[in-house]
Design a protein around this ligand. Structure first.
Ligand SMILES: Cc1ncc(COP(=O)(O)O)c(C=O)c1O
Length: 402
């Protein structure tokens, strides 16, 4: 590696997020390439056997094996850490690998976790099914109720785990208040920031200890690859996460890291335009459907809180079309431009029926308890012209008599 850019903290500390998203963490090879190099290698060679021994002993800098280190993946990790304002970051193969690693690396049998009831289906599976299987107790609460976090604490509580805004109910958690409760009790707060991305919300500024990502969403932003990341202090990443990550191997491929590096270059632009588009589309839908859940709208019960911790409300929101599954599926089937798809964060507008897709695995009673009803739909508003998206929804709504 020859010339580095975005790695001198004295200089990068003054860079704004849009600059960091393009420059942060860049490490150039001897060829001086402008776009980051893609290192597709599983291993590394050594000049002498003693060098291999020294690297494994941590006495010599350098890479040993791509499950442990890779130059392209390291560039992404440094860039995400800089964007997050975190000391360190470790990339993972998917968002769920990030969530699983962030929890399992620090929990043991006999520990207790307090988690949000309203969460992505697989995150609920972690708290409801996986953790209890290993003797880790969990309590799920209404995460909007700040007092409920304090009430749920037990002497063995080790972790608070939540998303804000939550998938797909768009519940907003008071980051400052909940992270302060965690700190006061020596509990580690783990925030899934997939919906906002560091371009709109940086939970560590509000006291979060660990921030985890599905980089599949806004960071790639073009629906191409799966990726994840976990951010924390250098001490926590090196001593708590790394032993778990290096030995269990939820490692991100260099190719996918390279794609996400390219995605990050346009994150700021994309998420701002998609947030503007989402606000226009959400405002159109209000009055046409039974209810719209978008923290960017004044009608959202936590609008003020959301806007106090997010720069904009993001591309994703949910709505209740009224009626049941027939109406929700009918609306989806009437779409010409918006794709029926359960992904989010894409530059394309995508719409899904959470009860039969992303949250299908959740027990019906648990779904209904958080408001995932049969008439709920979730929309990711893309980079298309908002007027075209609105016209498509208008047509589909008309087709079901709305
Ligand atoms: C809030 C949230 N967290 C985590 C994930 C999991 O991410 P991945 O699909 O990259 O594993 C998702 C996926 O939709 C999500 O919406």
């Amino acid at each position: 590696m020859k010339r580095k850019s975005g790695q001198n903290p004295d200089i990068t500390k003054n860079w704004k997020p849009a600059t960091l998203a393009i420059r942060g963490g860049t490490a150039r090879s001897e060829w001086g390439e402008t776009s980051e190099a893609l290192f597709l290698t599983s291993g590394y060679s050594y000049d002498r056997a003693e060098d291999a021994a020294a690297r494994f002993a941590g006495e010599q800098q350098g890479m040993t094996y791509s499950r442990l280190q890779n130059p392209t993946v390291e560039m992404l990790e440094q860039r995400i850490a800089l964007l997050e304002g975190a000391e360190a970051c470790r990339a993972t193969a998917t968002g769920m690998a990030a969530m699983t690693a962030a929890l399992l690396c620090q929990l043991s049998a006999g520990d207790h976790v307090v988690a949000a009831k309203a969460a992505f289906g697989s995150c609920r599976w972690l708290t409801d099914t996986l953790l209890p299987k290993f003797g880790i107790e969990t309590t799920t609460i209404d995460a909007r109720d700040t007092a409920a976090w304090e009430t749920a604490i037990r002497p063995n509580t080790k972790v608070f785990f939540f998303e804000t805004p939550a998938n797909p109910t768009m519940d907003v958690v008071d980051l400052r208040a909940v992270c302060a409760i965690a700190k006061a009790h020596g509990i580690t707060s783990v925030v899934d920031n997939a919906f906002a991305s560091p371009a709109l919300q940086r939970p560590m500024e509000f006291g979060a200890d660990v921030v985890a990502y599905s980089a599949t969403k806004m960071m790639d932003g073009q629906g191409r690859v799966l990726a994840g990341a976990v951010c924390g202090t250098r001490e926590w990443i090196d001593n708590v996460l790394l032993p778990f990550h290096r030995n269990t191997g939820p490692t991100l491929s260099a190719f996918n890291a390279w794609v996400v590096l390219k995605g990050l270059e346009t994150l700021d632009l994309r998420i701002r335009r998609q947030s503007e588009n989402a606000l226009k589309v959400a405002a159109f839908l209000e009055g046409r459907v039974a209810k719209v859940l978008y923290p960017g709208l004044p009608s959202h019960p936590q609008h003020a809180l959301a806007m106090s911790q997010m720069a904009m409300a993001g591309p994703i929101f949910s709505l209740y079309v009224g009626g049941g599954r027939a109406e929700a599926h009918g609306l989806l089937n009437g779409l010409e431009l918006v794709d029926i798809s359960n992904n989010i964060g894409d530059s394309r507008s995508l719409m899904t029926h959470p009860a039969s897709t992303t949250h299908f695995g959740m027990a019906e009673a648990a779904r209904l308890e958080v408001g995932i009803t049969e008439d709920m739909l979730r929309l990711n508003v893309g980079l298309e012209d908002a007027d075209d998206v609105i016209a498509d929804l208008d047509r589909a709504l008309t087709s079901i008599g709305r």
